[in-house]
Ligand binder design. Structure first.
Ligand code: CUA
Length: 335
């Protein structure tokens, strides 16, 4: 091969490689990483991507070069010269892919082993999926229940996943891992968040009509803030003030206006005049409120669409549900 040809071939390869690398690097294909586990997955991802770009550039460059250089002339009907193998080339195209596959396998095995290892010093959160909402219970906080997952920064947390009806799947894109929640068994997922912030929790297993709505948030807090929150939440759900605590823990104020809780949500109906709503529904006040929490579609307020409020509040521990109902029916008075 002449020197000029080799230069041409390399030039094409470098240009293609640079163009594809730019596409890979300049476009933010993935959401930013927010956990140690996701960081490991990203390393494997970029190793594989780099290998693919290299192979693509070589194959593409040789194809383009051959197409330009060895194209038959219009009047040339002769066969090409016979070729009987090339031992060096065959050894190369066996050895190189073997090395590449071994590199990918080792990197993946290391990432998987580290991501699955749950250290002795970890926190546990019970995660329950049901059509069509998530709920989170914190054994360390006296079984406080929330609809948004709260996690301390830089602390490994083991999620124990349960499902009440069908198979769901827990996924926070910024945490990089998915795990199914399967009825009848407990599955596990370890997360070590390394960024403070608010990240979407998505159900990623088609689980019914409301699958697309089965979303929540994972809130990563500084460890001191998290401990403060957990302590307050634990204290809040027992004794006086329990109603307001359950109201706040479960994010009721995000959707509902309720003056005693200083909440201004407008997604769902105003809760300040529940007796009027109960009258409209033709139900005794306390029954109306309890039914509306446990089965939100029982009475849908005029002007509001059904299937917006999650049904997951029906699985609140009984003492917390009672406190919430009392809090609402008494217009914010605490027993
Ligand atoms: Cu639960 Cu999709």
């Amino acid at each position: 091969m002449r020197r000029g040809s080799l230069f041409q071939l390399i030039l094409i390869g470098v240009l293609i490689g640079a163009a594809v690398s730019a596409v890979a690097l300049l476009i933010p294909w993935l959401p930013p990483s927010a956990s140690v586990e996701r960081g490991r997955i990203d390393i494997v991802f970029w190793i594989v991507t780099a290998i693919c770009i290299g192979i693509f550039a070589i194959v593409f460059a040789v194809s383009i070069f051959s197409y330009m250089r060895f194209r038959a002339r219009p009047d040339d009907d002769s066969d090409g010269p016979p070729i009987h193998g090339h031992t060096g080339l065959e050894i190369a195209w066996t050895a190189v892919p073997t090395v590449l596959v071994v590199v990918i396998a080792v990197a993946s095995a290391v990432a998987l082993a580290k991501n699955d290892h749950i250290p002795a010093d970890h926190m546990t959160v019970e995660v329950t999926g049901q059509q069509f909402a998530w709920s989170f219970k914190y054994p360390a906080g006296g079984d406080v229940t929330t609809t948004e997952l709260r996690l301390p920064l830089n602390k490994s947390t083991e999620l124990k996943l349960h499902a009440l009806d069908v198979i769901h799947s827990f996924w926070v894109p910024q945490f990089g891992q998915k795990q199914d929640a399967v009825p009848g068994i407990t599955t596990h997922l370890k997360i070590t968040p390394d960024k403070v912030g608010r990240f979407p929790v998505i159900c990623t297993e088609l689980c019914g009509l409301g699958h697309a709505l089965m979303r929540s948030w994972a809130i990563v807090m500084k460890p001191a803030d998290f401990q403060k929150w957990l302590k307050q939440a634990k204290k809040g759900i027992s004794g006086p003030g329990a109603g307001l605590a359950v109201f706040n823990n479960n994010g009721c104020g995000g959707c509902h206006t309720f003056k005693p809780a200083s909440s201004k949500g407008t997604v769902g109906p105003d809760l300040d005049d529940l007796s009027a709503s109960a009258k409209k529904a033709g139900q005794p006040l306390e029954e109306f409120v309890r039914d509306s929490i446990v089965d939100p579609n029982a009475y849908v307020a005029p002007g509001y669409p059904p299937n917006v409020m999650p049904k997951t509040f029906g699985s609140l521990p009984k003492s917390q549900l009672d406190a919430l109902v009392q809090y609402l029916v008494t217009g914010g008075k605490q027993s």
